[in-house]
Ligand binder design. Structure first.
Ligand code: FES
Ligand code: FES
Length: 159
């Protein structure tokens, strides 16, 4: 099968890659582009560990073909920190100990960032609903929710 040539933007950098027509975006990110922050938990759209943004919309990269990235802007966990400076969500996840094994964490962070860009002042219920597509086997969720609410408050105060 001949490979497809794709031109896209990943975390603000114009990026080109070759992929098989049936390769998922998650596979290309991890296996071809060495962006291994996005995780494969289920591969079927059920866990959110592979979450990325496409033109600002939250997407499971295990469900999207890499070829569909053509002409779009992809955001991954690797683009979240500003150099050495962590995003407030990353900082609050650390402060609240909102991670244990860490497999789910990139997906939660990407999803939470997408939420706060739409709704900078979410209620706890809104955070819980928004993150319902992200599964964690370790933390029990409460610390994650507290971290997101705390980050939201800090970001509002800083803006
Ligand atoms: S790996 Fe994509 S949703 Fe689980
Ligand atoms: S920290 Fe282990 S799955 Fe969430």
């Amino acid at each position: 099968m001949s490979k497809l040539h794709v031109t896209t933007s990943i975390n603000g950098d114009e990026t080109e890659f070759l992929c098989e027509p049936d390769q998922t975006l998650l596979e290309v990110l991890r296996d071809e582009l060495e962006l291994t922050g996005s995780k494969e938990g289920c591969g079927t759209g059920d866990c959110g560990a592979c979450s990325v943004t496409v033109d600002g919309r939250l997407v499971c990269s295990c469900l999207m073909l890499a070829a569909e990235a053509e002409g779009h802007e992809i955001g991954t966990i690797e683009g979240m920190a500003n150099g050495e400076e962590l995003h407030p969500l990353q900082q609050k996840f650390l402060e609240h100990a909102a991670l244990q094994c860490g497999i789910c964490t990139p997906g939660f962070l990407i999803a939470a960032k997408a939420l706060l860009e739409r709704n900078p002042d979410p209620t706890e219920t809104e955070v819980r609903y928004w993150l319902a597509g992200n599964l964690c086997r370790c933390t029990g969720y409460d610390k994650i929710i507290r971290a997101v609410l705390d980050a939201a408050q800090e970001m509002r105060e800083a803006s």
